[in-house]
Design a binder for this molecule. Structure first.
Ligand SMILES: [Zn+2]
Ligand SMILES: [Zn+2]
Ligand SMILES: [Zn+2]
Length: 291
């Protein structure tokens, strides 16, 4: 190539000039008359640009493919060749193409910083989909009935004070519902209701101790559902051997099954019709003996 200075090239209105000296990158090449840039450098950069563009298109295509496969497989996230600029991980959500790690971080911060917004949103969402939620929780309750009952009873026994306060509050706030439920319970659980009424009376008389309906039924069964005084089978009443009036306890050991008339006749006298060895058979006694 002939040497031609820039001024000469401009005079002749040529596009290039050539001095024979190397450029910054060491090319000995013609240069543009307008901006003095090296022709080889420009070609090199252009080549690089084209390659980068090609790479970008290819990467985008791969990403799209990965996403489509994930959608077809019903996956919530997918992995791409496009790494997140912020956290350098490559898992993204199929729904919105956003980075999983960054979204999690963001939502965690949002929850932490705006609990009121979240609460408001949740309430609104619940109200809009109330029937769905109710259906779901009903199904759950039906499926896990035994587990839930156990949970409730465990909680009750470990928080009896709180439970009593809560029950009182609930009763005061829902007095009509309470009355209705109570009435229903009385009608459907005659024996249990009568039993708990008797316990209530005993407590009112400041009797110490208590016993369960199972204890009472066990006792009746032990004596073939007969009155211990006259031996008749029929409706039995709980008689306190040593009456509550005279300071007797409400423990099952102080109870004997008598018919109504024998119970009335005995009144407050202390008479035990129970054979002495029976006491060893009481469930509570047996538990104590085996422990
Ligand atoms: Zn160059
Ligand atoms: Zn990220
Ligand atoms: Zn009798």
């Amino acid at each position: 190539m002939d040497i031609i200075s820039r001024e000469e090239a401009i005079k002749q209105s040529l596009k290039f000039y050539f001095t024979g000296t190397p450029c910054k990158r060491g090319h000995i090449a013609k240069r543009y008359a307008k901006g003095r840039t090296c022709f080889e450098c420009v070609r090199h950069l252009r080549k690089q640009g084209i390659k980068a563009k090609k790479d970008r298109i290819e990467a985008a295509l791969l990403k799209k493919q990965a996403r489509n496969t994930a959608i077809a497989n019903g996956q919530k996230t997918y992995h791409t060749n496009d790494y997140c600029a912020k956290c350098a991980t490559n898992a993204r959500y199929t729904s919105n193409n956003k980075c999983v790690a960054c979204e999690k971080k963001y939502s965690h911060q949002y929850r932490k910083n705006s609990p009121q917004h979240i609460k408001k949103y949740n309430t609104q969402y619940y109200q809009e989909n109330k029937s769905v939620f109710q259906e779901l929780s009903k199904n759950y309750r039906e499926k896990n009935r035994a587990k839930l009952i156990k949970q409730c009873s465990d909680y009750y026994y470990s928080h009896q004070k709180e439970a009593a306060i809560y029950a009182k509050q609930w009763k005061n706030n829902n007095i009509d519902r309470y009355k209705k439920q109570n009435k229903h319970y009385r009608r459907t659980h005659l024996e249990q209701h009568a039993f708990s009424q008797r316990r209530y009376k005993a407590r009112k008389r400041k009797a110490y101790g208590s016993h369960s309906i199972e204890d009472w039924l066990w006792l009746c069964e032990k004596f073939d559902f007969r009155c211990l005084c006259c031996g008749k089978q029929g409706k039995l009443t709980e008689d306190h051997i040593r009456s509550l009036f005279c300071g007797g306890s409400d423990y099952i050991e102080n109870i004997q099954p008598l018919c109504q008339s024998c119970n009335s006749r005995k009144h407050t006298k202390t008479i035990s019709y129970i054979p002495i060895d029976t006491f060893l058979l009481f469930p509570s006694m047996r538990e104590k003996a085996s422990a």
